[in-house]
Design a protein around this ligand. Structure first.
Ligand SMILES: Nc1ncnc2c1ncn2[C@@H]1O[C@H](COP(=O)(O)OP(=O)(O)OP(=O)(O)O)[C@@H](O)[C@H]1O
Ligand SMILES: *[C@@H]1O[C@H](CO)[C@@H](O)[C@H](O)[C@H]1NC(C)=O
Ligand SMILES: *[C@@H]1O[C@H](CO)[C@@H](O)[C@H](O)[C@H]1NC(C)=O
Ligand SMILES: [Mg+2]
Length: 360
């Protein structure tokens, strides 16, 4: 009788232990199977806006960026402080309380994909330091707003110097040697993006408005890496960002949307032609004698084969020459031949940026 009771007790204890273990295991499985499921539902955006409304990163230790600071530094995005209007959004000139002047790029929100990817991408870009690349100083995300903070370049873009003449900035103030220096700088910066970074960065939008000048006419490339951030978002956006008319290589228009380094080389070649001739790559050129208008590249080819080399140059270059100065026509011819190599129809026939750096 006593043995039976002991046996019964043991069985009951074992059974309840087993049951409790089972319940615990069951609860554990429910929790662990739920955890990864709920994660994708918490999109980075809702996470940021609910628990952590302001997310800012400063890549410059001297800056302490917050949305409130950025807003006050440009009078709450006052329209008179707008210095540019590009495909990613508006650009403002802003002044921090410590006196530092920066450029703020207010991104059009819906064009960019996930916040985490965006933040990761910006961290990568911030690590790229080169004398011919515009520094990104930080970014700030607040709710649906995304703002990039860049170093400010007082002298503005090459586009303004070439095509928007004022008394302070105009094409006759850019000598031939100053232009060579600018184009060499762009080549160095682009070569660095192509083979000095891992992974390689394809700019996709090399053009004169993305070349900024510093105080002694050194060139800095702006907006590198932005097109890549937008890549996996909506296709119509990527189409728009794949390049600017005139600079864009022919293969990008044929549905071959994957950007390549040779695509950048084409845009660079068009930039070379633009800075030497002072003509915009997207505009046709009136050919003397005939009524038709032709593409800039065809005009340069024709002039080159007729030996009219110096005649192609921007009148501003000629105006800048002092009386006892002259241009070496051989050097100018070599320059145009290099540019034409860069805009070859077949990507394979275009040189790599490293080779171009050595040619210039
Ligand atoms: N860091 C900066 N310092 C000084 N000026 C700048 C700076 N960034 C941009 N700008 C000015 O703002 C203009 C517009 O820049 P933005 O990049 O928005 O447009 P974009 O270059 O014309 O086109 P995209 O969006 O395709 O680059 C530039 O041409 C330049 O004059
Ligand atoms: C360019 O600048 C120079 C020097 O300031 C000035 O003399 C000239 O008139 C300007 N040219 C144009 C077209 O604005
Ligand atoms: C010629 O170009 C140089 C450098 O680009 C500039 O400093 C100078 O003012 C220009 N001269 C004239 C007459 O515009
Ligand atoms: Mg730009």
């Amino acid at each position: 009788m006593a043995m039976d009771e002991i046996l019964q007790g043991t069985i009951a204890a074992c059974a309840s232990f087993f049951l409790i273990t089972l319940v615990c295991v069951f609860i554990y499985f429910i929790i662990s199977s739920r955890a990864p499921k709920t994660q994708p539902h918490v999109t980075p955006q809702s996470q940021f806006s609910m628990e952590n409304p302001t997310e800012a990163a400063c890549f410059d230790p001297n800056l302490h960026i917050s949305m409130a600071l950025l807003k006050s530094s440009c009078n709450d995005f006052a329209s008179d402080l707008i210095i540019g209007d590009g495909s990613f959004g508006l650009v403002y000139k802003a002044k921090f309380p410590n006196g530092e002047i920066v450029a703020l790029k207010k991104l059009s929100v819906d064009a960019f994909h996930g916040l985490r990817e965006f933040a990761a991408e910006m961290e990568t870009l911030a690590m790229i330091h080169h004398q011919n690349l515009v520094r990104i100083l930080g970014y700030c995300i607040s709710g649906r707003e995304r703002i990039l903070v860049y170093e400010f370049l007082e002298m503005g873009s090459l586009d303004q110097w070439l095509h928007e003449p004022t008394d302070e900035k105009n094409s006759s103030m850019l000598s031939w040697s100053a232009r060579i220096r600018i184009i060499r700088g762009v080549a160095e910066g682009l070569a660095f993006l192509h083979d000095g970074c891992n992974p390689c960065i394809i700019h996709r939008d090399i053009k004169s408005s993305n070349v900024l000048l510093d105080n002694d006419h050194g060139a800095k490339i702006a907006d590198f890496g932005l097109a890549r951030t937008m890549e996996s978002s909506r296709s119509h956006v990527s189409t728009q960002v794949a390049g600017t008319m005139g600079y864009m290589p022919p293969e990008y228009g044929n549905g071959m949307m994957t950007a390549t380094v040779k695509g950048d080389v084409h845009s660079f070649g068009m930039l070379m032609l633009e800075i030497a001739t002072g003509r915009r790559p997207n505009l046709m050129v009136k050919k003397e004698g005939i009524r038709a208008e032709i593409r800039l590249v065809d005009w340069v080819k024709g002039m080159l084969s007729s030996g009219l080399i110096v005649d192609m140059l921007d009148p501003g270059i000629i105006e800048n020459l002092s009386e006892n100065e002259f241009l070496d026509p051989i050097a100018v011819e070599t320059y145009f031949k290099t540019a034409l190599q860069c805009v070859e129809f077949h990507p394979k026939e275009r040189p790599f940026m490293r080779q171009i750096v050595n040619l210039l």
